[in-house]
Design a protein around this ligand. Sequence first.
Ligand code: FES
Ligand code: FES
Length: 162
Amino acid sequence: MKRTNIELTVNGRSHDVSVPPRMTLVDCLRDELRLTGTHVGCEHGVCGACSVLMDGAPIRSCLMFAVQAEGHEVTTVEGLADEDGTLSTIQDSFWENHAMQCGYCTPGMLIAGQALLAENSDPSEADIREAISGNLCRCTGYQQIVEAIAEDARRRFGEPGE
Ligand code: FES
Ligand code: FES
C-alpha cells in the first residue's frame, strides 16, 4: 500500500513517520508511535475514548487522518505527565478520587478535563458535566470523574474566591 512521509509533533517531540494516507490519527499514535494510552472505542466519533489535544483543543483522533495532523501540536494522555512519569495534577486527582473502574474511558476523560481547566479555572459542576458530555463511561456513573476534575481545579487555582 502507498505510504506518505509526515512529521508529527506529539507531546513536544517531532516524529518522522511513514503512514498510509487513510490511516487515522489514533491508529498512527498507537501503532506507529506506540503511544497506546489513547484508546479506541467506537471508531466513529461517539465515545470520546480516542480524545487527544490538538493545539490545545480536544479532538477525536479516530475522525482524523494522521496526515491531517501534520503541522499541529498533538498532546496525548502520556503527555500530561512529567518526563519522569510524575503524574500531572489532573491525573493525581483522578487517582485520589478513584475516578475510574475499567479505565477504558480514562484517557479521554483526562483530556476533556485538561482542556476544560485550560479555559475555565472555576468550573461549576454543570460546566464539568458539559465538558465531559462527549465522553462515554460505562462503569463509574460519572460522579467521581466530576469530583476529580473539580478537585483538580481547586488544587491548581485555589478555592473559589481565594
Ligand atoms: S473511538 Fe473515537 S470517538 Fe470513539
Ligand atoms: S471506567 Fe470503565 S468506561 Fe469509564
